[in-house]
Design a binder for this molecule. Structure first.
Ligand SMILES: NC(=O)C1=CN([C@@H]2O[C@H](COP(=O)(O)OP(=O)(O)OC[C@H]3O[C@@H](n4cnc5c(N)ncnc54)[C@H](O)[C@@H]3O)[C@@H](O)[C@H]2O)C=CC1
Ligand SMILES: CC(=O)C(=O)O
Ligand SMILES: [Mg+2]
Length: 372
């Protein structure tokens, strides 16, 4: 199969979808791999590293996209990339479609087969291709939020660990999944007072057991959210309803109850965000202020630590990439019930229910497509 790896073009996105190690695996199985010149540079891989692995390095972006059967990316395609996609191509990347109607329409119009990393499941009920980047983003969230609390960033001037004789800052994490647990661990490590809110009692039980009371767990209700707004120096938004747009849990009215200069870090921004006042930001301008509250809403947080993130992401994606290349998308999805929910768009139709629901579209069952 002809596989292409474009250089990512989203703002300050330095990850790459395939490492030289992955290229070697594909080439060893008889596939042809073209990597756009300098695509791996931001993650520490040179063009010659790819050539040594048996890939071709392609400087011409048109030629790279036109010749490909399978396109491997990291971030959702940007407008100029959507325009390049054609009906006979398969795209494998993060998509986050429920937050982006225009992108959904563009992918439908392309006729391409679009498989999302973030909706692939595993036997334990997890999201194995989202988890490594959620780990990174959760760990980064507290570091970004702590910086945002500094006065020069518009923050309240609270140092999370406090000092002897001065109480630590309070961090509330809404959603105790992969992002939430990792954010809480970082905040705990810094010496903050940490509370996790979740709707899942089972998840709160796991966290309570794991942290033995060092992290407070609270069942998430409107009252609990009100209290969190009033008390927290930092709130991390870390909820997920897989594939769907995030509900708005902190409203604009609630900002008035927060301490001036407190910080909202909306990691769930790639699914539309869980704070009413959130809008996507970039690493170039990561924060903005609404009603005295600092908002950090970067939709590709792991791109900033591209070396670690690329290695973590590609460890998880490689087995699926090999299956797509060896078997073709239809057989690969048919053979693996956890890979099948990755299919979001095919031949102009949405194949993921929560995405269709977000835009009032019809959804086609992916199982009916792969058994054709
Ligand atoms: N901005 C970025 O760069 C990145 C963003 N993300 C995003 O972070 C979000 C969280 O991802 P994960 O932690 O992997 O998901 P997860 O599925 O591991 O955890 C989500 C948690 O939210 C809880 N939850 C759902 N609805 C809730 C509600 N209404 N109130 C309280 N809790 C609720 C669930 O019970 C679950 O424990 C996703 O939107 C993901 O796409 C992930 C990586 C990078
Ligand atoms: C998950 C995601 O959106 C990212 O890693 O950028
Ligand atoms: Mg995004």
């Amino acid at each position: 199969m002809k596989i292409a790896v474009p250089k990512e073009i989203k703002n300050h996105e330095y990850r790459v979808a395939l490492t030289p190690t992955g290229a070697r695996e594909l080439v060893g199985r008889g596939h042809s791999v073209s990597v756009q010149a300098t695509a791996g540079e931001g993650a520490g891989f040179s063009d010659s590293d790819y050539e040594v692995a048996g890939a071709q390095v392609e400087a011409n972006v048109d030629a790279l996209w036109k010749s490909a059967e399978l396109i491997l990316k990291v971030k959702e395609p940007q407008a100029e990339e959507v325009a390049r996609l054609t009906a006979n191509q398969t795209l494998f990347t993060y998509l986050h479609l429920a937050a982006e109607e225009k992108l959904t329409q563009g992918l439908m119009a392309s006729g391409a087969t679009c498989i999302a990393y973030e909706t692939i499941t595993d036997a334990k009920g997890g999201l194995p291709l989202l988890a490594p980047m959620s780990t990174v983003a959760g760990r980064m969230a507290v570091q970004a939020g702590a910086h945002s609390l500094e006065k020069a960033q518009g923050g309240s001037g609270v140092l999370l660990p406090g000092v002897p004789g001065v109480a630590p800052g309070k961090v509330t994490v809404i959603g105790g999944g992969v992002v939430g647990e990792n954010a809480a661990r970082m905040a705990l490590g810094l010496g903050a007072e940490v509370t996790i809110l979740d709707k899942s009692i089972a998840r709160l039980e796991v966290l309570d057991d794991r942290y033995q009371g060092r992290i407070k767990t609270v069942y998430s209700t409107a009252d609990a959210l009100d209290q969190a707004a009033k008390e927290s120096d930092m709130i991390v938004g870390a909820i997920l309803i897989p594939g769907a747009a995030a509900p708005k849990l902190i409203t604009r009215a609630m900002l008035a109850d927060m301490k001036p200069g407190s910080v909202l870090v909306d990691v769930a921004i790639d699914q539309g965000g869980c704070f009413e006042t959130s809008k996507p930001t970039t690493h170039a301008e990561p924060t903005y202020i609404v009603d005295g509250i600092v908002h950090y809403c970067v939709a590709n947080m792991p791109g900033a630590v591209a070396r670690t993130s690329t290695l973590g992401l590609t460890n998880a994606t490689l087995p699926f990439v090999l299956a797509l290349a060896d078997k073709g998308w239809q057989q690969a999805l048919k053979d693996d019930p956890h890979f099948l929910p990755g299919l979001n768009v095919h031949n102009g139709q949405v194949t993921y229910q929560a995405v269709a629901d977000a835009f009032g579209l019809e959804s086609v069952d992916p199982a009916s497509i792969v058994s054709l």
